[in-house]
Design a protein around this ligand. Structure first.
Ligand code: ADP
Length: 455
């Protein structure tokens, strides 16, 4: 049995078969226990009844003999013959005198003298000694156990024939029931088999049963929703990325092709090379941002170190001042005297600041001002980049953090850019436990804020 159980528990046997096996095994054990106990109980009741009946018969026979022997002139044998005629068929007795001589036996064919009290084959025995006038007698009574034996035999036959039938029927029933119960699991398996990454639109039928299988189907469906969403975003991102990469590549190729078609003046070649270098730079920046975004999506967290955010902001403002000056735009720093330290990644935070400041400069009106502010509330360092530029339309506001999204203003102003900056900045802020918020009105300007936990 343990070896069989181990084999059933082992690999390669379906849950259906295992469930049926355990169900049948438990049922068989239960039936065995039930059969043995009912058999023992009935045997006890039947034999106990016979024993009581026999003891009663012996007692009244002893009383009868005592009374007969005490009366003078009584033919004891005749009286006993008469007495034995009144006894039921299953009972007989014998009377023994001094030295064990048989005085009387109710049935001649009974194998008297059996003297020991207890159970013999097919009958129970009882003995009693009586003494009268210094004579000692012994009476022995026997009661047949055949009826009890046949009842027990019948019960045994019934139990032995019906139990296997019940077990077989229960096994078939258990198998059908477990097949029925596990059908949704098979459906899930089938659905999972037919699923391909190109078509994640399939959903499972959810059985409204309120049980584990309903929960499993719902969980599976919601996992498919998330998977379809992730795959959709990934494929959109890949499409957008290849679209963005195609334009500078096409420009580089056509510039080089035109320049190489025939011999030209030196300055024409220089102009063509400059164009190619500019497009290559654009490509490099684009690829760098794409790489940063892809890293931001991956699960590995960037290395964080304590860094002085105030001095980083000061450095980036200094770096971009030349770009701003070239457009006649002023960068005003409103930084506190205390230096704020946060846990962050220097390179990523630098990229975030450059995106916000670069946008502020790009979308500012000529001769405008870009203000960079920092202050602290509730141990949070708030960074604000404020410009008085073209602002963002209400339609664009919810989408400017999407990858490759470029606002109306940016497209109209023919500004360079791939629409990756803010999505990258938002991803970096998220990695630092912060969120970038924007407040903007078209024609008035925009304010971008991010709050970092001070360390
Ligand atoms: P890009 O600047 O390359 O277009 P971004 O992701 O940095 O991409 O910005 C997305 C869009 O958000 C821009 O195209 C622009 O329309 C809008 N935007 C971002 N910053 C500003 C700003 N300071 N003022 C006005 N519009 C802005």
């Amino acid at each position: 049995m343990p070896a069989l159980a181990r084999a059933v528990r082992g690999r390669g046997i379906s849950i259906r078969v295992r469930l049926t096996f355990w169900y049948s095994a438990v049922l068989a054990c239960g039936l065995l226990l039930f059969a043995v106990s009912i058999w023992l109980l009935l045997e006890h009741i039947l034999y106990k009844g016979l024993e009581t009946e026999l003891a009663e018969r012996t007692r009244s026979l002893a009383a009868f003999i005592k009374q007969e022997l005490s009366e003078p002139g009584v033919h004891l044998n005749e009286e006993l013959e008469e007495y034995s005629n009144g006894l039921p068929d299953n009972t007989n007795f014998a009377l023994f005198g001094e030295g064990g001589t048989q005085v009387f036996a109710s049935k001649k064919d009974f194998p008297w003298p059996i003297t020991k009290t207890g159970a013999h084959e097919h009958f129970l025995l009882n003995e009693r000694a009586i003494s009268l006038d210094s004579h000692r007698y012994r009476i022995a009574t026997a009661i047949s156990t055949e009826q009890a034996e046949s009842i027990l035999r019948l019960l045994r036959v019934l139990l032995l024939t019906l139990s296997p039938v019940v077990i077989v029927l229960a096994t078939i029933g258990g198998f059908l029931l477990s097949s029925q119960a596990l059908r949704p699991v098979n459906e899930i398996t089938q659905a999972a088999r037919t699923l391909s990454i190109n078509d994640l639109s399939q959903r499972l039928r959810v059985p409204i049963t309120g049980d584990e299988l309903q929960y499993l189907s719902e969980t599976w469906n919601s996992m498919l929703d998330r998977l379809a969403d992730a795959v959709g975003r990934l494929s959109r991102f890949t499409q957008d990325a290849s679209h963005e990469l195609r334009t500078p590549l096409a420009i580089i190729r056509s510039t080089a092709e035109i320049a190489s078609r025939r011999s030209r003046e030196e300055q024409d070649y220089v102009a063509a090379f400059r164009q190619i270098i500019a497009e290559s730079d654009r490509l490099t920046l684009l690829v760098r941002d794409l790489l940063l975004l892809a890293r931001g999506d991956s699960l590995s967290a960037p290395q964080m170190q304590p860094l002085n955010l105030t001095s980083l902001v000061r450095d980036v403002c200094g770096e971009l001042r030349a770009v701003a000056d070239a457009k006649g735009i002023r960068i005003v720093e409103q930084l506190p005297s205390t230096e704020f330290t946060i846990a962050g990644n220097h390179a990523l935070l630098r990229r975030l600041l450059i995106v916000l400041l670069d946008n502020a400069i790009t979308y500012s009106s000529p001769q405008g001002t870009v203000r960079v502010e920092m202050h602290e509330t509730d141990r949070k360092v708030h960074l604000e980049v404020v410009d008085g530029g073209i602002g963002i339309s209400e339609g664009d506001l919810p989408r400017i953090f999407d990858r490759f999204y470029r606002g109306e203003g940016a497209r109209q102003a023919w500004q360079d850019g791939a629409g990756l900056g803010l999505s990258l900045a938002a991803a970096i802020a998220r990695q630092h436990g912060a969120e970038i918020r924007v407040d903007s009105k078209p024609g008035t300007g925009s304010t971008f804020t991010a709050a970092f936990q001070r360390s």
